[in-house]
Design a protein around this ligand. Structure first.
Ligand SMILES: Cc1cc2nc3c(=O)[nH]c(=O)nc-3n(C[C@H](O)[C@H](O)[C@H](O)COP(=O)(O)O)c2cc1C
Length: 198
């Protein structure tokens, strides 16, 4: 059984990220229930990982981790077969916390698919996602076109303060999980073939 980890990129107190990721996980769990035998989804909060700014002396592709926080993060990512990066937009880019978390590792990301769910102001985090696509390729993540983009998310709070996604956003999330799940299973099989050849 494959595992897809939904990684929350914002670590800021009071962040919208946790509300958004909770909604996304609800859709993921509905998708999971409708697709028995398909990948399982897990939420990973970068805030819980407590990663300092990269403090490993040796680059990740040398595979010599010194610190416990790196070894813990390596296990979290290594056990996954696919990812969703949940990203906000800060100054037309994605967060330093997410970049830092990516930079800590190398092999754990390799030959796995990644999809993106973003939010923000008018552009809905789309500029941050474009930057992430560029960086993902360097750690051999394979990016999925289908994405969720939520512009001006604060216009979608109801009177009680709850976030209400639109039908189109829910549909986009379903299409993203569909494509990501397919490639997660395909690439898991491909990685097994690569490992057998090595
Ligand atoms: C430092 C900073 C820069 C921001 N720059 C942008 C931006 O370039 N584009 C945008 O759409 N929103 C921008 N915003 C607004 C964020 O999208 C909004 O604060 C969002 O809630 C951040 O995600 P978070 O709450 O999960 O941390 C910025 C916010 C901060 C704190």
């Amino acid at each position: 059984m494959s595992t897809i980890k939904i990684i929350i990129g914002s670590t800021r107190p009071g962040r919208f990220a946790s509300t958004f990721a909770k909604w996304l996980t609800t859709i993921a769990k509905e998708f999971e229930a409708a697709n028995p035998g398909g990948p399982r989804f897990e939420l990973v909060d970068l805030a819980d990982q407590k990663l300092p700014l990269l403090d490993e002396a040796v680059p990740a592709n040398m595979n010599k981790y010194e610190h416990d926080h790196t070894k813990r993060w390596s296990k979290v990512v290594g056990e996954a077969d696919g990812f969703v990066f949940v990203t906000q937009e800060y100054n037309h880019g994605y967060s330093a916390s997410l970049k830092n978390a990516i930079d800590y590792l190398f092999y754990e990301w390799n030959n796995k698919p990644v999809a993106f769910a973003s939010y923000g102001g008018a552009a809905g985090g789309a500029r941050a996602v474009e930057q992430l696509r560029e960086v993902s390729g360097e750690v051999k993540l394979f990016d999925i076109r289908e994405a969720v983009i939520v512009p001006n998310y604060w216009t979608q709070f109801d009177a009680s303060g709850a976030f209400n996604a639109t039908d189109d956003q829910a549909k986009a999330a379903g299409a993203m999980f569909q494509a990501l799940s397919f490639w997660t299973d395909e690439m898991k099989a491909s990685r097994a073939r690569l490992a057998a050849k090595a």
